[in-house]
Design a protein. Structure first.
Length: 149
């Protein structure tokens, strides 16, 4: 599959977990892109959007927890951006589920522009607060020196 969006190290926020989430969101966008304007592919579009919705909910929650645990003071404003984006994108998905036509190009453009803008500008703001944290297998967030938060 041709990649419309390529992950670059410039997009890294210093967390393997959150970077992995961003890569999965990009993968969903790369799956959505060739479906734009395709006739009879609504079921595939809905499947990609359902996966994206499930994943975004997990990602937003985990990212917000990382920001809080890392001491990022502006986490609430960041959460509000997440909430607004969720309402926009999945409001469009809901419209389709209620019989309104999906403008897949508009949806893709919204997600694409928001994702790049959000990662490269907003997510980078918390990078220095979480880049020394790792998620241990027991679910306890610790600093790179091994001390828990």
């Amino acid at each position: 599959m041709m990649q419309f969006i390529e992950w670059t190290t410039q997009m890294s926020v210093g967390s393997d977990v959150l970077d992995g989430h961003h890569k999965m969101i990009i993968e969903c966008l790369n799956r959505l892109y060739p479906l734009i304007g395709a006739v009879g592919r609504d079921a595939e579009i809905h499947a990609v959007l359902a996966k994206l919705e499930d994943f975004v909910l997990v990602h937003f929650s985990e990212e917000e927890q990382c920001m809080k645990k890392g001491g990022y003071l502006d986490w609430q404003a960041h959460k509000e951006q997440h909430d607004k984006m969720y309402d926009i994108v999945f409001g469009l998905k809901s419209d389709v589920e209620h019989g309104r036509e999906l403008d897949a190009k508009k949806l893709f453009d919204i997600i694409y522009n928001w994702l790049l803008q959000h990662i490269l500008k907003e997510d980078k703001k918390y990078e220095k607060f979480i880049n020394n944290t790792v998620n241990d297998p027991h679910g306890v967030w610790v600093r790179s020196n091994g001390r828990p938060y």
